[in-house]
Design a protein around this ligand. Structure first.
Ligand SMILES: [Ca+2]
Ligand SMILES: [Ca+2]
Length: 444
């Protein structure tokens, strides 16, 4: 190709690119709600061309807010930042708007938004909690179609203050935000008595030094009225006082690819249905990596898949922890539980444990008869088959005979056999025999 021809093509590409940019900007301009008196507040070509804003707008387009007018908070007057931001939020028309928060520190809380509000921060946009104000930064109540993107929320460690509270709302995204120093849930999704909350994504947020369940999905016992949600790619660090992702009385959710480090717990569930907990990384946890509690007033938990998670250095990698209501169809597959100080797996609930890796045999404790273990290995590759008393990798009549020989003994007795105490309660009794009966014929 000749140099001239290449140059001509290059210029042509440039021309097409600039025409597209003009078309894009005029598309936004034409969508601005010039027809209203408040249109003076709604401009910002400067902001539009600002690269971070552009990125934010692209992400808004991906979640359904594309083509909306932009309301710039800096255009609003008021005695303080709360008043200014609230005035901007109040200006969102029925058709919706992007509420743009420029760089800098905004001292504000107690803000409320309407449906179709997409709140977007420029890079370096910080919302800081005012002294002695305990209302949430933002409340979304009984609305739909909204987002909070690219903001930093500084909680200032003020007691009893939630970050973002969502009540009875649908179709929303909370993404790319940072939360510092919150004493109560940084993000709480909840319900009124007969309400529902559904269809939402909480993703790519960072929680630093946030306590008391930084991500909290909290429904109402015996109802599954918080539904259809994804909690993805979030990072929680230094939540030493009840820091965790907590999901209660909810259904149809995915908790995937989150990192939880230096917290009290990892992922906590209580009375949930159809939950997938997948590919999360949980490290240095003072209590439980993953737990499955149940509570009075609710039938329990069903259909939970716990897959491909990595839990390092917790006290207990996985357990029920509390409650005695049914746990039905709990599958624990392909996880790595390693270097827990007490147990990697405390099987105090009926679960199907398939192809998991643990530190060593001493880190597995079975308390529930209705468990199934297939393909459990140690990090060094040793196979662990609970109930295989003679280590021939089969559970058969020989194992039954070995348990029978020690039947009735307890720790310290002459015919005590540690290996025969499958349900590890210090006694070889009917529970150990029952476990063998349930698992008879399994090979590894
Ligand atoms: Ca055997
Ligand atoms: Ca026993």
């Amino acid at each position: 190709m000749s140099k001239n021809k290449s140059a001509a093509i290059f210029i042509l590409i440039l021309l097409i690119a600039s025409l597209s940019a003009v078309a894009y900007i005029s598309y936004f301009s034409s969508k601005k709600y010039d027809e209203t008196k408040e249109s003076k507040h709604i401009q910002n070509k400067e902001a539009m061309v600002h690269s971070t804003t552009h990125r934010a707008l692209l992400s808004i387009r991906s979640i359904g807010g594309g083509g909306l007018p932009v309301i710039n908070v800096s255009e609003y007057e008021g005695e303080n930042d709360t008043v200014k931001i609230q005035a901007a939020l109040n200006d969102v028309p029925e058709g919706g708007a992007i509420v743009f928060i420029p760089s800098g520190v905004w001292v504000a809380a107690g803000l409320q938004a309407k449906s179709h509000t997409f709140i977007v921060g420029a890079e370096g946009a910080i919302i800081r909690r005012p002294e002695n104000v305990t209302e949430p930064f933002l409340t979304f109540a009984n609305i739909s179609d909204f987002a909070v993107l690219n903001l930093t929320f500084e909680g200032e460690n003020i007691e009893n203050a939630y970050g973002i509270e969502v009540i009875d709302s649908r179709n929303f995204t909370i993404q790319n935000n940072t939360f510092y120093n919150h004493t109560k849930s940084a993000i709480k999704v909840t319900l009124s008595l007969n309400g529902t909350s559904s269809n939402f994504t909480i993703s790519n947020n960072l929680f630093l030094n946030c306590q008391n369940v930084p991500i909290f999905i909290f429904g109402i016992p015996s109802r599954r009225a918080i539904r259809n949600f994804c909690i993805l790619n979030n990072t929680l660090i230094n939540g030493t006082k009840n820091g965790k992702i907590g999901i209660a009385f909810s259904a149809n959710g995915t908790i995937e690819n989150n990192k939880i480090i230096n917290c009290q717990y990892g992922i906590a569930t209580r009375c949930v249905s159809n939950l997938t907990i997948r590919k999360n990384y949980v490290e240095n946890i003072t209590d439980y990596g993953i737990y499955l509690g149940t509570q009075v007033g609710d039938p329990g938990t069903d259909n939970v898949k716990i897959i491909e998670n990595e839990i390092r250095r917790s006290r207990i990698g996985i357990c029920r922890y509390y409650g005695s209501y049914p746990l039905v169809n709990i599958q624990v597959i392909n996880n790595l539980f390693v270097n827990s100080s007490q147990y990697d797996i405390l099987a105090d609930f009926p679960g199907t444990f398939i192809n998991n890796t643990i530190t060593d045999a001493s880190k597995l404790k079975i308390e529930n008869l209705a468990t199934l273990f297939i393909g459990t290995r140690t990090v060094s590759g040793q196979i662990i088959l609970p109930g295989d008393i003679n280590y021939d990798l089969k559970i058969n009549i020989i194992d039954v005979a070995l348990v029978a020989i020690s039947f009735g003994s307890s720790k310290g007795n002459p015919n005590w056999n540690e290996a025969a105490d499958i349900i590890q309660d210090g006694e070889i009794n009917i529970k150990d025999i029952s476990y063998l009966a349930k698992n008879f014929g399994i090979t590894s």
